[in-house]
Write a protein that binds this ligand. Structure first.
Ligand code: PEP
Length: 254
């Protein structure tokens, strides 16, 4: 029985793309992934390009994500964007707890937890990022770090809510470095994540939850990564900024 959830290939554009660049990129993607049926494709442009991208993908199957959100629905939070605002512009998903947010913007497991709840209240699917640093991996702390990020970040999350989440395992040492985790290293952590999700919710919820791998995913490593039992997709940074590479990643072959 093949019980794998529908794969999700997500592009995190980070702080890249003017409006014209965003439009050109997504026009190319639309054409490149048209007709792909057994997987989902998502883009996460910067806030400024969300509306342009939303208009451009209208009528296609491409999904739209914000790269972050504030946990309050509105208020005096200069520079922040809320879950209802992301919904309003056409997002279905939102990336939460990316390691760059944790590293440069003071994101913690506690803020991740509040952001997940805010996203769910507004009807957005959270893509929750976890991952260890190189130092933590070298000290054999990978599984402890991942477990803590999950248990704290997902505090209060139960069965169905866990099934609907997307988790992205992104080893910090592999993001933007060209150093990809081996499929075996990634699979080992993904299996641990699924076990922990099962303990937090239920086995069925854990099986339904999509666990993406992120960290230097490229056209030449996606196929092998996607062959791993517990890898249900990818969160792609650099290679999502070019039509050709992102389309090839979306067209992974297992
Ligand atoms: C990311 O931004 O989440 C990421 C994985 O980046 P890259 O693919 O460039 O390593």
């Amino acid at each position: 029985m093949d019980s794998k959830p529908t794969p999700l290939i997500a592009g995190n554009w980070k702080m890249h793309c003017s409006l014209s660049e965003a439009k050109a990129l997504v026009d190319g993607l639309k054409a490149g992934v048209a007709g792909l049926k057994d997987r989902q494709v998502l883009v996460g442009p910067p806030f400024t390009a969300l509306e342009t991208v939303a208009r451009t993908i209208a009528g296609s199957a491409i999904l739209l994500a914000g790269q972050d959100l504030h946990w309050e629905p509105k208020g005096a939070f200069t520079g922040a964007v809320s879950a209802p605002m992301l919904r309003d512009v056409g997002c279905t998903h939102v990336i939460i707890g990316h390691s760059e947010r944790r590293q440069f913007f003071g994101e913690t497991d506690e803020t991740v937890n509040k952001k997940i709840a805010a996203a769910q209240t507004a009807g957005l699917v959270p893509i929750v990022c976890v991952g260890e640093t190189l130092e933590q991996r070298e000290k054999n702390q990978t599984m402890t770090v991942i477990e803590q990020q999950l248990r704290r970040g997902l505090l209060g999350q139960k069965g169905d809510a866990i099934a609907a989440l997307v988790i992205a395992y992104e080893p910090v040492w592999a993001i933007g470095t060209g150093k990809v985790a081996t499929p075996e290293q990634a699979q080992e952590v993904h299996a641990t994540i699924r076990r922990i999700l099962g303990e937090l919710g239920a086995k069925e919820a854990a099986a339904a939850c999509r666990i993406l791998y992120g960290g230097s995913v490229k056209p030449d490593n996606i196929d092998e990564l996607m062959r791993q039992t517990d890898i249900d997709g990818a969160l792609v940074g650099g290679a999502s900024l070019q039509v050709e590479s992102f389309v090839r990643i979306a067209k992974f072959i297992v």
